[in-house]
Structure formats: C-alpha cells, structure tokens
Design a protein around this ligand. Structure first.
Ligand code: HEM
Ligand SMILES: *[C@@H]1O[C@H](CO)[C@@H](O)[C@H](O)[C@H]1NC(C)=O
Ligand SMILES: *[C@@H]1O[C@H](CO)[C@@H](O)[C@H](O)[C@H]1NC(C)=O
Ligand SMILES: *[C@@H]1O[C@H](CO)[C@@H](O)[C@H](O)[C@H]1NC(C)=O
Length: 323
C-alpha cells in the first residue's frame, strides 16, 4: 500500500517535472493531433487536393512550398501572406519579394473551401499552408515530416517586414547567413532549406546579372539561358527552372548543380563559392538522405516560427481576408 502510494507520488512528480521541462524548453504548443477530433478528415482532404494540383502542374509544388516560407519568415507562420490588400490595408502580397512572384493562392482558396465545407471555422489558413508545404514536397518525391498544428491566423500583415526580412537573390553568403540567423536558423539550416530550389522557377529579372556578368558560372549553362533572358527588359518575366536538371523532382539535384557552377541565382551559387558552406553542399551531393533529413528537420523548425496560439488570432473563413 505504502509502496503503491510512493510510486504514485513519484510518478506525479515525474509528470510535473516533464511538463515544466517542456515549457522551459520553449517547446512548441503545436500538436500533430490538433484536429483529430474537430476535423479528422482535414489532413486527407488537404493531401488529395495538393496531389491533384501538383499532378496538374508540377511547378505548383514549389510555389506552394514557397508560400509557407514567405508566411513564416514575416512575423511567424500566421497566414499573413494570404491577406489581400484592401482600400484601407496594404498586406504582404505587393512587397518586392512577393509581387508578380508568389503563386498558388487559388489552390489555397480551393483547399480552404473544401475544408470549410467539412468542418466550418475549424482549420486555420496558417495550418493549411504548413500541411500543404509538406504534402507538396512529398508529391514531388521529397521527404516527409510530422506537421504540428494549432496555429491561428493573423488579423494583420506587414508590408515592410515582407520587404526587409525575406532574403534577396543578390545577397552574398555573409548576408544570407545573417538573414537566416536573424530568424533563428543556423548556417547549416540555411543550406538545407535552400535545397528547396531543387524545384520551381525564377524570372529572368532575378538571374540576369548572374548569367550575363558572373564568372563562377558554367559557360554552356549561361549561354543556354541567355537566349530567353537577354539584357532587354522585355525578357524580365521569362522563366527558367531553378534546377534545370531535374526540375520536377524534389531531390539533391540543386546541390549537384552548385558543384558544377550551375546555380541559377547568385544567392544559390554563394553556397558553393569557396566559402564555409562548400563542404555541406558536397556532403548533400554524396548523401541525399542526409539532405532529406536535415531539410525535414529545418522545415519543422520553420513551421514553429512564432505561431499565434490559444486565444490570439482567429480562424479566417476566407484566407484572403480577416473575419
Ligand atoms: C536562401 C535564401 C533564398 C533566396 C535568396 C530565395 C530567392 C528566390 C527567388 C529570387 C526566387 C524566384 C522568384 C521569382 O523569380 O519570381 C525563388 C523561388 C523559389 N523559392 Fe526561394 N529563396 C530562398 C530560400 C528559399 C527557401 C528557404 C524556400 C523554401 C523553404 C524557397 C523556395 C522557393 C521555391 C520552391 C521557389 C520556386 C517557386 C515557383 O516556381 O513558384 N526559397 N526564391
Ligand atoms: C499582429 O497581431 C498580433 C496579435 O494578433 C501581434 O502580436 C503583432 O504584433 C501584430 N503584428 C503587426 C505587424 O502589427
Ligand atoms: C556582402 O555584402 C555586403 C552588403 O552588400 C557587403 O557589405 C559585404 O562586404 C559583403 N561581404 C563579402 C564577404 O563579400
Ligand atoms: C553587368 O555589369 C556592368 C558593369 O557593372 C553593368 O553596367 C551591367 O548593367 C551588368 N549587366 C547585367 C545584365 O546585369
């Protein structure tokens, strides 16, 4: 009897200690089971919609992944990137890194309305972006990870933070490291996350100086790009694949390109240009599973960036506007 009581007390202490430890560790309040009772079909609904969208257009996988990145880096993963401008409000969509560049909003609208129809007012737009990012990577053959859920949607957005806190393709390695470290990411995570550029496309505007003026670029690669990206501004919007070799596969092709001086953006090639990150790039070329593991871990970390939880924020009914 006494023994039993003691054991119970120890167990209680153990539970309390672990609970406090969790809080002390700043453990995320997100849970992968968040919608298990309130919307059990949410995850399969999202997955099916992403599979269909990516099958219809492979590039969409990259576009959807990027939405989550641009959401999280600007005041946390709060769905702020999805808010449309109004006459009295300027959101993030028209900020320089996003304007004429972010895409996939209609896919998110479609997913949101499907989820609303099965469980109205339950699943946040910020959570949808996080799940969609994971499902997009999986749809393109990349790694999977467990997505923590329970984010609320913001009732605001920041045009200026979107302009200043998202990295630009003209940054050098030092500045890329600074941008990511400002958001709590290591240099190693910067390199892993940049592997996202194994899929999707960029506009001539973003890589013109690199292909016309830089010397650490494979000359045949540069030449092949110049025909549709001349120095004329009429070519500004012409697209090229970020990973020309395997553009619709989420693999380590991006890193293989870098060691061959075939990075499309200046910022891409910075990760393999004689600096401290060269060895990690080479490691990812030789060990694709290490890349997948590091990428998945870094995506979980990105998804945990300052979520609104509990009574902060709201569940938007329409991802484009506050309730
Ligand atoms: C390391 C710093 C980064 C820079 C400087 C950067 C910059 C860019 C630029 C300039 C584009 C092309 C945009 C356009 O031409 O309109 C692009 C596309 C893309 N970025 Fe990044 N990016 C970075 C990191 C990331 C990260 C961390 C992710 C995801 C986790 C990501 C995912 C993508 C994807 C998938 C595309 C293609 C989108 C599409 O085809 O619609 N990027 N990025
Ligand atoms: C947006 O709202 C949240 C709470 O709803 C607040 O914590 C945050 O500071 C606000 N951000 C901006 C950019 O106004
Ligand atoms: C990187 O770029 C910044 C700003 O453009 C510049 O001040 C710095 O000297 C550059 N660093 C290196 C190592 O080139
Ligand atoms: C290449 O560099 C020169 C000299 O800095 C500059 O005038 C020119 O505009 C650059 N060309 C491109 C395509 O960026």
């Amino acid at each position: 009897m006494a023994l039993n009581r003691n054991t119970n007390r120890s167990f209680c202490l153990f539970v309390i200690t672990m609970f406090m430890f969790g809080i002390r560790m700043g453990q995320s309040q997100l849970s992968s089971y968040y919608y298990s009772n309130t919307c059990p079909r949410a995850l399969s609904t999202i997955r099916n919609a992403v599979m269909n969208a990516v099958a219809k257009e492979h590039r969409m996988g990259g576009s959807l992944l990027r939405l989550h990145f641009h959401d999280c880096f600007v005041n946390g993963c709060d769905g702020s990137v999805l808010l449309d401008d109004t006459s009295s409000f300027t959101g993030e969509k028209t900020a320089a890194p996003n304007k004429n560049s972010l895409r996939g909003f209609e896919v998110i609208d479609d997913i949101k309305s499907q989820v609303e129809s099965i469980c109205p007012g339950v699943v946040s737009c910020a959570d949808i972006l996080a799940v969609v990012a994971r499902d997009s990577v999986v749809a393109l053959g990349g790694p999977s990870w467990t997505v923590g859920l329970g984010r609320k949607d913001s009732t605001n957005a920041s045009f200026s933070a979107a302009n200043t806190q998202l990295p630009s393709p003209i940054l050098n390695l030092t500045d890329l490291v600074t941008f990511f470290s400002n958001k709590g990411f290591t240099t190693k995570e910067l390199v892993a996350l940049s592997g996202s550029h194994t899929t999707g496309k960029a506009r001539c505007l973003m890589f013109r100086p690199r292909i016309h003026n830089e010397t650490n670029i494979d000359s045949a690669f540069a030449t092949s790009l110049k025909s549709s990206c001349t120095t004329s501004t009429t070519d500004d919007e012409n697209l090229a694949s970020l990973d020309a070799t395997t553009p619709v596969l989420f693999d380590n092709g991006y890193f293989k390109n870098l060691v061959n001086n075939k990075g499309l953006l200046h910022s891409d090639q910075q990760l393999f240009s004689g600096g401290s990150t060269d060895s990690q790039v080479t490691n990812y070329v030789n060990n694709p599973s290490t890349f997948f593991q590091d990428f998945a871990n870094a995506m979980v970390k990105m998804g945990n960036m300052s979520p609104l939880t509990g009574s902060s924020g709201e569940i938007r009914g329409n991802c484009r506007k506050i309730n």
